[in-house]
Design a binder for this molecule. Structure first.
Ligand SMILES: [Zn+2]
Length: 218
C-alpha cells in the first residue's frame, strides 16, 4: 500500500502519468484540481466558495483544501494506496497531511521551461466539440479547423508563451519550499527528467516505476 505525492510543472503530463500509474500500482489518484472542478459543477455551498477562489486564480485556503483531501482519502478502499496530484500546495498542507498519512516517496517531474512553453503554446482546442490538438504532435489537417466537426480552433488565453512562463514561475515558487520540506524529512525522491519535446508517456511511466522499484515501493 504505497502513498505518493507527485510534483510537476503545468504541461508536464503529470495527470496522464498518475492515471497510468493508478493501474500499475493499484492505487487511487486524488487530484484536488479535478475534485474542485467537480465541486464547482455540483454547486454545493462549499463548491460555491471554492469557485470564488478558483475563478480569481487564487489558491483555495489550506483548511478547505485539507478537509476536501481528508474526505477523499477516507473513501479509498482499505488496503489501497494513493497518489496525490495537486496536494500539498503549501507547507501547512504538507504538515497537515503528515499527521494523517506517511508519504513513502515524492515523484518529481523535471521538465525544462522551453519544452513546457513549446508544448502548451502549441495547444489548440475546438470551440465546438472541445477536441484538443497540438500543432506539434497532434496536428489538425488544417491549423484553424477541427478534424472531427469542422469547428474553429482556438488557443486558451493561459496557453500563450507569456502566460505559460508566468505559470511556470508560480509553480516554481510554490513547489520549491515543498520539495525542501520533503528533503528535510528524508522522504525518498523519484526524479524523472524529460529532456525531449516529445517523450511518449509510457517511457516516463516506466522510469517512474523503475525508481519506485529501487525503493521497494513497486
Ligand atoms: Zn470539433
Amino acid at each position: 500500500m504505497v502513498k505518493l505525492v507527485i510534483f510537476g510543472p503545468p504541461g508536464s503530463g503529470k495527470g496522464t502519468y498518475a492515471s497510468r500509474l493508478k493501474e500499475r500500482l493499484n492505487v487511487e489518484v486524488i487530484s484536488t484540481g479535478d475534485i474542485f472542478r467537480e465541486m464547482i459543477k455540483t454547486g454545493t455551498s462549499l463548491g460555491e466558495s471554492v469557485r470564488e477562489y478558483v475563478e480569481k486564480g487564487l489558491l483555495v485556503p489550506d483548511e478547505i483544501t485539507f478537509n476536501v483531501l481528508k474526505e477523499n482519502l477516507a473513501k479509498i478502499p482499505k488496503g489501497k494506496g494513493f497518489i496525490l496530484d495537486g496536494y500539498p500546495r503549501t507547507v501547512w498542507q504538507a504538515q497537515a497531511l503528515d499527521r494523517i498519512a506517511k508519504i513513502d516517496a515524492v515523484i518529481h517531474l523535471i521538465v525544462p521551461d522551453w519544452i513546457i512553453v513549446k508544448r502548451l503554446s502549441s495547444r489548440r482546442i475546438c470551440q465546438n466539440c472541445g477536441a484538443i490538438y497540438n500543432l506539434l504532435f497532434l496536428k489538425p489537417k488544417n491549423d484553424m479547423i477541427c478534424d472531427k466537426c469542422g469547428g474553429p480552433l482556438y488557443q486558451r488565453s493561459d496557453d500563450t508563451p507569456e502566460v505559460v512562463r508566468k505559470r511556470i514561475e508560480v509553480y516554481e515558487k510554490q513547489t520549491q519550499p515543498l520539495l525542501a520540506y520533503y528533503r528535510d524529512k528524508n522522504v525518498p525522491f523519484v526524479e524523472v527528467k524529460c529532456e525531449k519535446l516529445e517523450t511518449p508517456p509510457e517511457v516516463i511511466v516506466e522510469e517512474i516505476l523503475a525508481g519506485l522499484k529501487k525503493l521497494n515501493l513497486a
